[in-house]
Design a protein around this ligand. Sequence first.
Ligand SMILES: Nc1ncnc2c1ncn2[C@@H]1O[C@H](COP(=O)(O)OP(=O)(O)OP(=O)(O)O)[C@@H](O)[C@H]1O
Length: 257
Amino acid sequence: MLKISDLVKRYGSGDPVLKNLDLTIEGESVVSIIGSSGAGKSTLLRCINRLVEPTSGSINLNGTELTSLRGKNLRAARRKIGMVFQGFNLVDRLTVMENVQSGRLGYISTWSAVTRRYPKEDIRRAFELMERVGIAQYANTRADQLSGGERQRVGVVRALMQDPDILLADEPTASLDPKTSEQIMGLLRDLAGELKLPVLINIHNVTEAKEYTDRIVGMRYGRIIFDDVPAQLDQEAMDQIYAGSPHADRAKDGAAA
Ligand SMILES: Nc1ncnc2c1ncn2[C@@H]1O[C@H](COP(=O)(O)OP(=O)(O)OP(=O)(O)O)[C@@H](O)[C@H]1O
């Protein structure tokens, strides 16, 4: 279970971009986060794996408090959080297998990683996952030879090779054409069910959020103002989520204080 409580993030001395945010994700649900540009969606995702340092509050994953971890313990916790990126973040000159195996870094010895002598079990698991997402035939192909959709499948397999407890996806389809984008969203939804994995997706495409996710979290400038099943996301809720600006919301905060 992921339980976020009273989370605040402030960059430098600016206004907080996450304002006392609470969010709990249980089981294998696929949750999307929607909201205007600048609402804080990426910041929220990046606080969870500590690519961004939270200012205060708690992020607890299956009993481990993530915000206080340092060094070795932080690296171990990060291994349990898979991340899929908008730009795929592959190493272009490496093969698909090499990219996929980089998800095992931290689990295997430096020597195995440098010499690319991957454990047999890791190769078996990689092929199993690559078969599942339809890229096994590209195992020895350089990553830069693949299409966007294939590259994102590599990104998904690499994240799954970490044997994660949760999968975070930061705009995973934003660089893809509409059809490929739907395929990747369908894949994330299906994998969540098959692997019993919670998936948290930051996404701009509300139609896809409604179709492929179980729950939609709507953010407006640092706050969660909607959290419900897709069927409840009506026009009024959409207007609330996408109205305003950080400046207008700050002015309202000031008036309420
Ligand atoms: N490294 C940073 N330093 C300072 N401010 C930042 C930094 N990263 C993000 N911000 C600011 O924090 C706010 C929230 O940004 P964030 O990227 O989390 O929003 P978002 O909802 O993901 O937006 P988008 O949909 O455009 O990606 C924005 O005002 C942004 O300018």
